[in-house]
Design a protein around this ligand. Structure first.
Ligand code: 3SK
Length: 509
């Protein structure tokens, strides 16, 4: 139950100071520690900086920002001032950012200098002139502006139902869609998942290998710890076994949030490395289905349970999950209390247990709509229900088992990937006539892109050309999207109307 006036920055930021937790550490990085008191002051400074830049209530601030304290100041500074933060994937390329700048109509673009090579060309070609604010590295940066800003601010008046922040969500075709989340959504996921499913308290120290720009990382390492008054570890390093082992031993987290691809890589590294885990009480996995074998090997090696779950950008966080006292390896678990799940056929009618159908979810954290996109909103937000686009089976014991996507989307290392985008990049190469991309399981049973290619001249097929095409993908796409397997073929399976039948390629693989 929310009061009629409700700005979520008050319970997540100011409340800790009001309740005497100013000295408790909110954020920890390899080089700094930010207490709840300092966080509240920096959030206010940030609100004042954003307002001084001319941002008004409801304006958007696009954030291409690495995991660091300034991410948190900016996100909450915007919300407290009634401005809408839009954190976006930092692994994207200039055309993606150009699209998001134009689509969001943002008033401000804030970016970490590490991403300048993609963000600055996007700004130069965008059909819009937002205020440009690098986070650090000179004058007129967020860091320098914070120094001169006032640390007091009254929260902007808002209601729990008002737009609060957006997250972009990708589809198999078309551009990413801005899912508009409300103030209440952060509280709903904090209560239902962080408190009631994970048992998170102020004593927890949270470490998420998934970055803050993902809905998954945003909850794990920011909104959940701030909701319960816990500590979050932030690192701008690329997640790897070495990085995670180092931070776990250094900062002694109690909760670790990973993705299956990383758990598999960590298990490989643990064959030769010894790591101490005394601080951890629980591990979490999402982003893609966790194979039962990885669950078992992790338990054997570390003694720790991984709670696998599934969430979505539209629902903000995990809505079906295993629980510490109720785990079935190889399944996503059961609905998180507070959410309802239905598995339906193409008419929207519930299917029987054991039958495959589309997963619909009902819960109070669902995005209100997609920005500027009534068509996709109508396809996905079905009254109180959200069509997740995933296919699932509920087994006889009530556990939900992932069955793939109902479109052709892939999750690679936990991040959505459109086969169409990879195909388009391949076709840009002068020697490629047609391409089709599907998901294929690697040795760890985790999905990676696989490409089938028809060349203009079939006699050009060679290992050297395959290498060249991989390089072409790596440079033109976010790096994780490049195909891990590449086949030159003479034809592709197609429907009578010429649509590629990717399901046939998946079967033949
Ligand atoms: O991919 C998931 O399972 C997920 C989990 C939590 C939040 C967001 C997402 C997409």
């Amino acid at each position: 139950v929310f009061s009629p006036v409700f700005n979520v920055a008050v319970p997540l930021i100011d409340r800790h100071v009001q309740e005497g937790r100013s000295q408790h550490v909110a954020l920890r990085t390899v080089s700094s520690e930010v207490t709840y008191g300092a966080l509240a002051e920096n959030v206010n400074r940030c609100s004042n900086v954003l307002r001084a830049c001319g941002a008004a209530s409801g304006d958007r601030v696009l954030m291409v920002v690495k995991d660091c304290p300034e991410f948190v100041y900016l996100f909450w500074g915007a919300i407290k001032a009634g401005i809408v933060p839009v954190p976006v994937n930092t692994l994207l390329r200039a055309p993606d950012y150009q699209y998001m700048i134009e689509d969001s109509g943002c008033a401000i673009v804030a970016y970490s200098p590490e991403y300048a090579a993609e963000v600055e060309p996007a700004l130069a070609s965008a059909d819009a002139q937002p205020v440009v604010m690098p986070i650090e590295g000179g004058d007129e940066t967020l860091q320098s502006r914070l120094q001169g800003a006032s640390s007091s601010l009254l929260p902007a008046s808002a209601s729990a139902e008002d737009p609060c922040f957006w997250l972009y969500s990708s589809g198999s075709t078309g551009r990413p869609k801005g899912a508009v989340h409300r103030h209440r959504d952060i509280v709903v996921t904090g209560v239902y998942y962080a408190e009631e499913t994970l048992g998170m308290t102020a004593d927890d120290i949270c470490f998420s290998a998934a970055k803050l720009f993902f809905a998954y990382g945003l909850g794990n390492a920011m909104t959940f710890p701030l909701w319960v008054g816990a500590t979050a570890i932030l690192s701008d390093l690329r997640p790897s076994p070495e990085m995670t082992f180092d931070l776990i031993q250094r900062f002694k987290p109690t909760l670790y949030f990973g993705v299956p691809t990383l758990y598999a890589a960590q298990l490989r590294a643990l064959e030769t490395e010894v790591v101490d885990w005394p601080s951890l009480r629980l591990c979490v996995s999402a982003g893609e289905a966790l194979p039962a074998d990885i669950f078992r090997r992790w338990k054997e090696k570390t003694g720790l349970t991984i709670l696998d779950g599934i969430g979505s950008t539209e629902l903000l966080h995990i809505f079906i999950s295993n629980r510490e006292d109720d785990v079935k390896p190889g399944t996503s678990g059961r609905p998180v209390p507070g959410y309802e799940a239905r598995i339906v056929d193409e008419n929207g009618d519930a299917v029987a247990d054991g039958e495959v159908g589309r997963l619909w979810i009902k819960g109070d954290s669902s995005a209100a709509y997609y920005w500027n996109n009534p068509e996709k909103t109508a396809e996905t937000m079905l009254g109180e229900w959200v069509n997740t686009g995933d296919t699932y089976v509920r087994d006889a014991e009530g556990y939900y088992v992932y069955g793939g996507r109902s479109d052709d989307m892939l999750k690679v290392g936990g991040i959505w990937c459109s086969p169409v985008e990879i195909e388009s990049r391949l076709i840009e190469h002068a020697k490629v006539l047609e391409a089709a991309v599907v998901g294929r399981e690697d040795d760890d049973q985790l999905v990676k892109p696989e490409a089938y290619i028809i060349l203009n001249d079939t006699s050009d097929a060679s290992d050297a050309l395959a290498e060249e095409l991989l390089e072409h993908c790596k440079t033109g796409l976010a790096r994780y999207k490049y195909p891990r397997w590449l086949h030159f073929v003479d034809e592709l399976p197609k429907t009578a109307t010429g649509k590629i039948q990717r399901f046939k390629l998946r079967k033949s693989g």
